[in-house]
Design a protein around this ligand. Structure first.
Ligand code: PEP
Length: 249
């Protein structure tokens, strides 16, 4: 059985007080669930988030990480720094990092390798732009994103990889991929991984869907056999919405 996961990407939202308040509310309302629940506040609030969640099953993730061990990389954060504050999950490859900070597949391959070598779990995001889908290039694009960033990993590293398929046209736009579109792509992703690493790896990897998931559409998307949960942006900032999405899994 694959792990079901609901992860909230808070992006550049919530100051310290707001972080603590949202986590207190979330912990109090968290439904009884077998799914893994993860939240990713901004770097400066990660330690406080862990402290606020001490007696909760909710886990904390970072939104990014540098590939280098340490050194002259002003403003950056290393794997060891995350592990040093008990954060062992990191989101890499989010479309906003790709679009606004120039992160490409080659850079992401280095980040993923460092993260898994250090023992972090990676939520690896990828997905096509609207033009790719209109030109019927979405499968080829997704395949190349996976190959370029992840296919240099050993099969054993895949236990630390969580995939998040996020069609860029659905992120923060209110436009959601239909459950059928999500299932079609997730099945393709699993087959691509199976062809390269074998069915045990492919069947074990959780593939999350991300892109305007909300309480009203979560259950239908999560009902698809290859959709193992969601990476949630906007709706993860409101406790009642995030809880409703967790309840939907
Ligand atoms: C995201 O940023 O990963 C995301 C899925 O955002 P939203 O849910 O707001 O579309």
């Amino acid at each position: 059985m694959r792990t079901k996961i609901v992860a909230g990407n808070w992006k550049m939202n919530k100051n310290l007080k707001e972080t603590e308040a949202l986590l207190t509310e979330l912990s109090a309302k968290l439904p009884d669930t077998k799914a893994e629940v993860i939240v990713a506040p901004t770097f400066v609030n990660l330690a406080a988030a862990n402290a606020a969640l001490q007696s909760s099953t909710i886990k904390v993730a970072a939104q990014n990480m540098h590939f280098a061990e340490s050194g002259a990389y002003t403003g950056e954060i290393s794997a060891d720094m995350l592990l040093g504050i008990d954060v062992d999950i990191v989101i890499l490859g989010h479309s906003e990092r790709r679009a606004y900070f120039g992160e490409d597949d080659a850079l992401l391959a280095k980040k993923v390798k460092t993260a898994v070598d250090k023992g972090l779990k990676v939520i690896f995001c990828f997905g096509e732009e609207l033009e790719d889908r209109k030109a019927d290039k979405h499968f080829a694009l997704v395949e190349s994103q996976l190959k370029n960033a992840l296919f240099n990993l050993d099969a054993s590293a895949w236990k630390n990889i969580i995939l998040a398929y996020e069609p860029v046209w659905a992120i923060g736009t209110g436009e959601t991929a239909s459950p059928e579109q999500a299932q079609e792509m997730h099945a393709f992703i699993r087959k691509t991984i199976s062809d390269a690493f074998g069915s045990a790896v492919a069947d074990g990897v959780s593939i999350l869907y991300g892109g305007s998931v909300k309480p009203s559409n979560a259950a239908e998307i999560f009902s698809k056999p290859d959709v193992d949960g969601g990476l949630i942006g906007g709706a993860s900032l409101v406790a009642s919405d995030f809880v409703a999405i967790i309840e939907a899994i």
